[in-house]
Design a protein around this ligand. Structure first.
Ligand code: NI
Length: 270
């Protein structure tokens, strides 16, 4: 793990933006809302730490509810920019198969600075479960306050898009209740592998990686909390900060697409 307040910034020739250009990111995300049938909800807490939730305007109760979240750590910008690239490039027809909600950039203060934690040195991906003893960040507090809503929006699947700034290979965390769900993590691993080299086997952050996947690693992270709270599936991808920024952006965009297609197609599996 890197130093929490060290700044990392990249440039994306593909998206014509710097990774820390938060005003451009938010403007381009906003421009996609109507096309995707989404509305923006301001969760707070204030101007310098603001969490946006994008929710489907007319959710169909018959469709699976899935949440894609990115930007918990500010030095992991391919999450939010990859999500933007997905929204800008893909046909919103996918919204007819799922009820898609988004937390497009949870730690906007950190993203603007290029630092892992927010400007108060708080980790927005810790503290979601009291038993681990971590104090939630300002962003985490508002997400916890909206916990009931988020659990509903993520009930059939949650994907969070992280990066590991020190690595040059990708991997993912998977939380799956049923053995037959392993096909889904394999699909996500393959999507990452089409763009980036994968960690096949090894130890990362004290976790065993098998064939690119860390299975059912419980901690006080956002996705671990939602899985504990009943989400059918949870995934967390880790793209490598040592790879080219545009490659990471494309990898994240494809992972999101594969995730949504798989969850839509996997209904009734479990
Ligand atoms: Ni992270």
């Amino acid at each position: 793990m890197n130093e929490p307040q060290q700044a990392y910034q990249w440039h994306s020739p593909m998206l014509s933006s710097a990774s820390h250009d938060v005003p451009q990111l938010l403007a381009r995300l906003q421009a996609q809302l109507a096309r995707w049938g989404l509305q923006a909800q301001d969760l707070g807490p204030d101007d310098s730490n603001r969490v946006w939730l994008y929710r489907k305007i007319m959710p169909d109760p018959a469709l699976p509810a899935v949440l894609v979240a990115a930007g918990f750590h500010g030095e992991e910008p391919a999450g939010p920019w990859g999500l933007l690239h997905f929204l800008e490039q893909q046909d919103p027809v996918l919204q007819r198969q799922v009820n898609l909600s988004l937390l497009p950039a949870v730690n906007l203060a950190g993203l603007g600075l290029g630092t892992r934690f927010n400007q108060h040195g708080e980790n927005p991906n810790r503290g979601y479960q009291e038993r681990y003893g971590h104090t939630p960040s300002r962003e985490g507090v508002v997400l916890l306050q909206h916990g009931d809503v988020l659990q509903q929006l993520a009930r059939n699947g949650i994907l969070t898009c992280h990066e590991d700034v020190l690595l040059s290979q990708a991997y993912l965390y998977s939380f799956e209740r049923e053995p037959q769900h392993a096909a889904l993590s394999a699909q996500l691993r393959q999507a990452l592998g089409r763009h980036l080299p994968l960690i096949v086997d090894g130890i990362v952050d004290d976790c065993q990686v098998n064939n690119g996947v860390i299975k059912n690693h419980a901690d006080s992270s956002f996705e671990s909390w939602l899985f504990d709270a009943g989400a059918e599936l949870a995934y967390c991808t880790e793209t490598p900060g040592q790879a080219e920024f545009d490659v990471r952006i494309r990898a994240v965009a494809e992972v999101i697409q594969v995730f949504l297609q798989q969850v839509a197609g996997a209904r009734g599996l479990g």
